[in-house]
Ligand binder design. Structure first.
Ligand SMILES: NC(=O)c1ccc[n+]([C@@H]2O[C@H](COP(=O)([O-])OP(=O)(O)OC[C@H]3O[C@@H](n4cnc5c(N)ncnc54)[C@H](O)[C@@H]3O)[C@@H](O)[C@H]2O)c1
Length: 335
């Protein structure tokens, strides 16, 4: 297959690109290499992809309408995996404009490109944050998700709605993936595991929000990548059981599907911290703080549809995944 991976210099995009190349696919990666976090880390990931046969890279912003049009005119993709986005819940409170540009205008350009060049399957990143105020656990793709509490979450929910429209109007097969707190080697410097590891090694306090009373369905990067690969091969079809009287939000009478990809095993934040302390052999200094605006206290993924349709269930235990991250971190930063 020839696959477009957007956000190829990002955490998940890099992991996916590597796996696709291992499988012998041709990958065109795009990324704007923005400075939301350390650009050197993005360049290091990209350098590893650039060394591989079958990989091409173009520096491009999703919101650049003309550039995106040219991209889709110059190439014919079997599948498009949209991972480029402005990520982060807390940053969306500070800088809403970048979410509008990358996640709404940018996603609109992806949809238009896929439509005009008749892409066989669009797979795009949504997020567990769409569950917002929901507390009915585990979070199911069959639940209503109309109560987001950050612009980031709202932009991801908007992507799901926009995708449905293109699936309906232009018969574009679209699959949205709600990732649950992804962690592992090459991970993001703005996320807890990276921040905590760095702070502990520097003997600085870690910020423990909601006084530690949080739960996350931490999902290891290799499980996310495996889930994306499985879903790419599973092009959605109209759901014969879908009823307009009682609509299932995760499917439709058009080729449209939503999946959760999560570990299906929420872990308390303090247990996660302990796993990092064990991996580092060093105790953390802790600063306890209230819940941050936009944050939810708990996440927990129902992955039944993923298992039924792809036969895959994420399973990496947090202790193992955290140890692999810490080993990578120490090697990469010579810490
Ligand atoms: N990591 C997680 O825990 C998590 C959880 C849920 C959803 N997601 C979603 O998964 C996707 C990948 O996340 P990630 O953790 O790899 O994040 P990331 O920030 O590491 O990767 C995103 C990449 O996209 C690029 N990018 C951002 N805006 C762009 C634009 N306008 N044009 C072109 N490139 C742009 C960035 O430079 C970055 O390299 C995102 O859509 C994110 O919202 C991630």
């Amino acid at each position: 297959m020839k696959v477009l991976v957007t956000g190829a210099a990002g955490f998940i995009g890099y992991g996916l690109g590597r796996r696709l190349l291992d499988q012998g696919h041709q990958v065109l990666g795009i990324d704007n290499l923005n400075d939301y976090y350390d650009v050197e880390l993005k360049k290091s990931r990209l350098a590893l992809l650039n060394d591989r046969d079958g990989f091409q890279f173009q520096r491009l912003d999703l919101a650049d309408r003309k550039g995106m049009e040219d991209l889709f005119v110059s190439h014919s993709f079997d599948c498009v995996v949209n991972l480029a986005a402005q990520a982060g819940v807390r940053y969306s409170i500070e800088n809403p404009a970048s979410y509008v540009d990358a996640n709404l205008v940018g996603f609109g350009n992806i949809l238009e490109g896929c439509r005009h060049s008749k892409v066989g399957h669009l797979v795009y990143a949504s997020s567990s944050s769409v569950y917002g105020l929901n507390t009915n656990m585990p979070f199911s793709v069959r639940h209503n998700v109309d109560h987001p509490i950050s612009l980031y979450a709202a932009s991801k929910k908007a992507n799901e709605l926009m995708a449905h429209t293109y699936s309906y109007l232009y018969n574009l097969p679209c699959t949205g993936l709600r990732f649950f707190t992804v962690y592992g080697p090459w991970g993001r410097p703005d996320m807890a595991l990276f921040l905590f590891t760095k702070a502990i090694l520097n003997n600085e306090p870690i910020k423990v929000f909601n006084n530690g009373d949080m739960k996350r369905d931490f999902t290891y990067i290799d499980d996310i990548v495996e889930g994306v690969i499985r879903v790419m091969e599973k092009i959605p079809e109209p759901d014969p059981d879908w009823s307009s009287d009682n609509p299932n939000p995760s499917s439709s009478r058009v080729p449209y599907k939503i999946y959760n990809i999560g570990n299906n095993q929420p872990v308390a934040l303090m247990e996660f911290v302990e796993a990092i302390e064990t991996a580092l052999g060093q105790e953390a200094l802790k600063e306890y703080l209230p819940l941050q605006p936009g944050d939810v206290p708990a996440t927990y993924a129902d992955v039944n549809d993923l298992i039924t349709d792809t036969g895959f269930k994420p399973s990496t235990p947090v202790k193992q995944g955290v140890q692999r991250f810490v080993d990578w971190y120490k090697g990469y930063y010579e810490a």
